[in-house]
Design a protein around this ligand. Structure first.
Ligand code: ATP
Length: 606
């Protein structure tokens, strides 16, 4: 266990880098050519698979076009080589760029059409590869394949077998470093958030379409690089290498290795290359074997081989006393909520119908900065619909929603979030496989922008923003009394904690307005008390708080104004002492007949 503890103290990226360097020097260590060739092919396959990991495993887009991007990269390199441009760096750059372009051009219609369209578009793209190559047979050699390539060169020096091997391994190490830096950054968490729920992603200011397209197109890039490397391996390429069988092999390796992991692509590709691909009799049964791998990876392992490694790691952690039990809950005392630039919300004559169901029928509401406005009403009265209209998820049929001097009613939900509106969800919405700290920090996605390039290169700008993300997330966690849970997996928390996590996530971006949707349901007494305290501090800090809540006692305790909805209409509004005696509220919301109200109010007020 001492050894395990020592290993855990070393930064995680050292191990894959060390393994990569060992693989790099295998020819020096005496590995024969047959072995290095297999490793080279596994590395090339791993590049293609890693692109699918990014788009499918992280961004949640079932896009099977990697084989087509691979073909685009291979033929770009092949044609450049034929034309005398043998420099491998030029070929890699061109192949990566062409694959990226194919990704963008095919991704836009696929993603615009939504649902399964990208899966269909990318699938047909793979089926089209042989036909496209046949159409341009004069240049590509059609079904006979492309010949006449010259050996690759690097800065004018021809690369021998070993030299090319080194190059392939260096490209793979470089790409996996890029991929690791991307998925461990706030953009990686945004990809996971998108996979969990586009609604959640846009509520955090993520531009859903742009992010989906980024995941798909960036995933195309390593496939292009792989194509260029593959074309230079035997200096011959033909359409069969890029067909449906290859696409299935990529999917099988992705699922087997673990789609939502960086290094799963390497594991899946290695198993595929050193397993079934070794056998000459295999070609006949390729699809069957890949199908078997898909089932093994997806159904039996449920998360691929990397999941087994992670589970083993966690077991060793527990045995070594590392991160087993969370540290004891700390009492947080006073956590400052920095001054917030709250803005008044004005809702005027908002109407919304779903078919024949008039969910909102001319609703007016005003919520002031530095105050809590509670929205109450029976089930189905339109409270959540109103929150969805304010936060841009639904379009108003009529009416206006204005925050400060910004008209929100025509904005997308992402833009509303970027205008300073945050919210919680009736059912907590939290991405899988992220820690509590990461889930909360994700709420800052639209603040202090740091580009993907700066994340990949770990530029000072990115480091500064990442540091601020952690500091603010820790502060928000302390505010809700969850600092001790920062390293736990967020989705493993009980319901009450997940709700409080959403509160922390909505606070972390210094919002101008917070929308809390039934945030107290499922909370125990202590948690409700803490929630009340958090909301009061937010109010004192100047935020505009809108609270949809069934817990009438909490509403009376917190609200400065109460707005009562019934059947899509405001039936009463005003300060709590006025609203709680309103006859229609007593009848329609509390279900009390005139005469019984004093007894009921005594009970409610405790
Ligand atoms: N996406 C939708 N499609 C169709 N009908 C919807 C949709 N969203 C809400 N509705 C309908 O609009 C009405 C108002 O629903 P809403 O969820 O806003 O009520 P609510 O007051 O939040 O209720 P609850 O307290 O149960 O959450 C209901 O009749 C509901 O069935």
């Amino acid at each position: 266990m001492q050894v395990w503890r020592a290993l855990r103290a070393v930064p995680g990226w050292i191990f894959p880098l060390a393994a990569g360097l060992v693989v790099l020097i295998l020819p020096v260590l005496g590995a024969d050519m047959a072995t290095t060739r297999q490793i080279q092919l596994a590395c090339i396959l791993a590049l293609v698979v890693s692109g699918l990991n990014l788009s499918l495993g992280y961004a949640g887009e079932l896009a099977l076009g990697q084989a087509a991007m691979y073909a685009a990269g291979a033929y770009t390199a092949g044609l450049l080589s034929q034309a005398g441009h043998t420099d491998i760096l030029v070929q890699l750059a061109a192949a990566g760029a062409v694959a990226l372009l194919v990704g963008i051009v095919t991704g836009i219609p696929g993603l615009r059409l939504g649902s399964w369209s990208l899966a269909m578009t990318s699938f047909f793209l793979v089926l089209l590869v042989p036909d496209v190559l046949a159409v341009f047979g004069g240049n590509t050699g059609g079904r006979n394949g492309l010949t006449g390539m010259a050996p690759p060169t690097l800065f004018g020096v021809e690369l021998e077998t070993d030299g090319f091997y080194y190059l392939v391994v260096v490209v793979v190490i470089g790409w996996f470093a890029v991929m690791r830096n991307l998925v461990t950054s706030r953009h990686g968490i945004a990809f996971r958030t998108l996979k969990q729920s586009p609604v959640l992603a846009s509520s955090q200011g993520v531009s859903v379409f742009r992010m989906k397209l980024s995941g798909y197109a960036i995933g195309a890039f390593p496939a292009g690089l792989a194509g260029a490397l593959f074309a230079n391996t035997d200096l011959f390429i033909s359409p069969e290498a890029f067909g449906f069988t290859f696409a299935t092999a990529v999917l099988a390796a992705c699922i087997l290795g673990g789609a939502a992991s960086v290094y799963g692509a390497l594991i899946g590709a290695a198993v595929m290359q050193f397993g079934p691909n070794q056998s000459t009799a295999f070609q006949e049964y390729a699809l069957l074997v890949y199908g078997g791998f898909l089932i093994a990876g997806g159904v039996l392992l449920g998360g691929g081989l990397t999941r087994l490694f992670r589970a083993g790691g966690r077991r060793l952690d527990r045995a070594a006393g590392l991160g087993s039990a969370p540290p004891a809950r700390t009492d947080t005392g006073e956590v400052d909520v920095p001054r917030v630039d709250g803005a008044p919300l004005v809702v005027e004559g908002v109407r919304k119908a779903f078919g024949g169901n008039q969910a909102l029928d001319g609703v007016d509401l005003r919520a002031e900065p530095g105050s809590v406005t509670a929205l109450i009403g029976p089930n189905g009265s339109g409270k959540t619909t109103l929150l969805n209209m304010i936060s841009g998820f639904y379009r108003c049929d009529a009416g206006r929603v204005v925050l400060g001097d910004t008209e929100l009613q025509k904005m997308t939900s992402g833009r509303v979030a970027r205008a300073g509106v945050t919210r919680t969800f009736q059912t907590p919405n939290i991405p899988e496989h992220v820690t509590v700290l990461e889930a909360v920090a994700a709420g800052r996605y639209s603040m202090d922008r740091a580009s993907m390039a700066s994340a990949v290169l770990r530029l000072p700008r990115f480091r500064k923003v990442a540091h601020a993300d952690v500091v603010e997330a820790e502060r928000a966690l302390e505010l809700v009394g969850m600092a001790h849970l920062r390293n736990e997996i967020a989705t493993s928390l009980p319901l009450g904690m997940r709700r409080m996590l959403e509160v922390a996530r909505s606070v972390v971006a210094a919002p101008r307005m917070l929308l809390f949707d039934e945030v107290a349901s499922g909370l125990d007494e202590d948690e409700i008390e803490r929630l009340g305290d958090v909301i009061r501090r937010l109010r004192s800090a100047g935020a505009t708080v809108v609270l949809v809540e069934h817990n009438f006692r909490l509403v009376l305790d917190l609200a400065d104004e109460i707005v009562v909805l019934a059947q899509g209409k405001v039936i009463a509004s005003g300060p709590p002492e006025q609203v709680q005696r309103h006859p229609r509220v007593l009848r329609e919301y509390l279900g009390v007949e005139a005469g019984d109200e004093d007894a009921l109010l005594d009970e409610v007020n405790g």
